[in-house]
Design a protein around this ligand. Structure first.
Ligand code: AMP
Length: 442
């Protein structure tokens, strides 16, 4: 089958929209998914953001909508995604691809006026793109019409489950026509949660597994720099952003506090930086993303949840200020760069606390990250002295905490609270204000 075939089957109005976007060749997931959806089959696919998965479901769905008349005035397509940012990006791609079709897509997420959304739903957009919680509220209030729904899409299903939307998704499906076609996209298809959703909602689905981890590595240069502590990481980040070549950079931190602290610090060093995290209001987040896309600033500091689905062209540097805590998050983060075949670089800053999560990700990826050295900022920590076979630090056995084990539920809760408090303080001493950064070659 030639590479063009999957697009060649599509309605000319869609080809025209693709031409306008400068898209001429299907990505792997598009090449595989489009014929399956056009054949009317259910589909489960493992594909990451950045693989072209959004168009992989939008294109064949739009083709089918154009090919047959709507049975009534109800919604024909419902697309569920875990975050507002991701729904906005799907909506944007839907708007781009429907440009010559007259098909309307509505966006329904939390954080927006209920009344306006109800009015929008009353106009019966053929496609609804939504986060699960809000659309379920509307369905429960009778504001939706999914009785003749033709397509249900669950995008980033694994994240929806992680965020606790499993019951909502199953409840929404109860409002949808049983005759629909269902498509599920997820970073992984292996978890018990995904298997449950797939079994409950999909009908003898075809399955596509893309080797996304390998794909991610072919065009993204991945390296690590060892760091002593947070202060050292801050200096390294500042140095990298002042000395590395990039068009746009995203820096990932694991906590909101660190996102804010780093953003302030970089601005103090006259770097044009903005930041997003889960506590920032959605309208403000949208505004920041527009500014980042428009180049008002070229560095974005972000937490994982806020950055989910973030799709900005020209991001060619990702810095993991804190190492991602899971392979999925790591792949998602580095996937912000090297999008649709472009080249990118991902640098992770590794203290002794980050080493084992890093080693575990390296092992799962079957990769060896290059160890990069910034000569001007070499610290004491150069990695563990001894390594286990797994690449993790071979250390002393952890001592059991002193004192007797908690017996009652109240004691257990108190201990959990104490540990949570300790973790949120980061277990660090108060830090001195960060001084200047020396420039040097790396
Ligand atoms: P997604 O994986 O859906 O988040 O898409 C990632 C990016 O790739 C989006 O900006 C799309 O516009 C772009 N894209 C989608 N399909 C293609 C394609 N066939 N060729 C080049 N870029 C594409």
């Amino acid at each position: 089958m030639s590479q063009q075939t999957a697009f060649e089957q599509l309605n000319p109005k869609l080809i025209k929209a693709l031409d306008k976007l400068g898209i001429h060749k299907p990505t792997e997931v598009q090449q595989e998914a489009i014929p399956i959806v056009l054949d009317g089959l259910d589909l489960m696919a493992s594909a990451e953001t950045g693989s072209g998965k959004t168009a992989a479901f939008l294109l064949p769905i739009l083709d089918r909508l154009l090919a047959r008349k709507a049975p009534n005035s109800g919604t024909r397509v419902l697309i569920l995604a875990p975050t507002r940012e991701l729904t906005r990006q799907i909506h944007k791609q839907a708007e781009d691809l429907t440009k010559f079709t007259g098909i309307q897509a509505g966006l329904i997420t939390g954080g927006q006026s209920f009344k306006e959304q109800r009015a929008a739903l009353r106009k019966n957009p053929e496609m609804v793109i939504a986060t699960p919680g809000r659309i379920l509220d509307h369905s429960q209030q009778g504001a939706t019409d999914f009785a003749d729904l033709e397509f249900l899409v669950l995008d980033e299903a694994d994240k929806m489950l992680d965020m606790g939307f499993s019951d909502d998704v199953l409840a929404i499906a109860n409002y949808c026509s049983k005759d629909r076609q269902s498509l599920l996209f997820s970073a992984t298809l292996q978890s018990a949660g995904i298997r449950h959703i797939t079994k409950s909602l999909l009908n003898s689905p075809e399955s596509i597994t893309l080797n996304t981890y390998e794909d991610a590595q072919t065009n993204i240069h991945q390296s690590i720099i060892t760091a002593d502590d947070l202060e050292h990481k801050e200096k390294l980040t500042s140095w990298l952003l002042q000395n590395e070549k990039y068009r746009k950079a995203v820096v990932f931190c694991n906590t909101k506090t660190q996102v804010e602290r780093l953003s302030g610090l970089l601005r103090y060093h006259k770097l044009k930086a903005g930041h997003i995290h889960g506590d920032i209001r959605q309208d403000k987040r949208n505004h920041i993303m527009v500014q980042f896309r428009d180049g008002k600033f070229d560095v974005l500091i972000a937490s994982d949840v806020a950055a989910r689905g973030l799709d900005v062209k020209d991001v060619d540097l990702v810095i993991n200020f804190d190492m991602a805590q899971s392979l999925e998050d790591y792949i998602h983060r580095i996937g912000r760069t090297g999008r649709a075949g472009a080249e990118g670089s991902a640098i992770s800053l590794i203290t002794h606390k980050d080493w084992n999560p890093m080693a575990s990700i390296e092992r799962k990826l079957d990769a060896k990250f290059e160890i990069k050295v910034v000569k001007a900022l070499i610290g004491k920590y150069q990695g563990p002295q001894k390594l286990k076979k797994s690449g993790k630090a071979a250390g002393k056995k952890k001592r059991k905490p002193a004192g007797k084990k908690p017996q009652t539920n109240r004691e257990k809760k108190r201990l959990a609270k104490k540990q949570e408090k300790k973790a949120s303080n980061g277990g660090t001493k108060p830090r001195k204000k960060f001084g200047g950064v020396k420039k040097s070659d790396s």
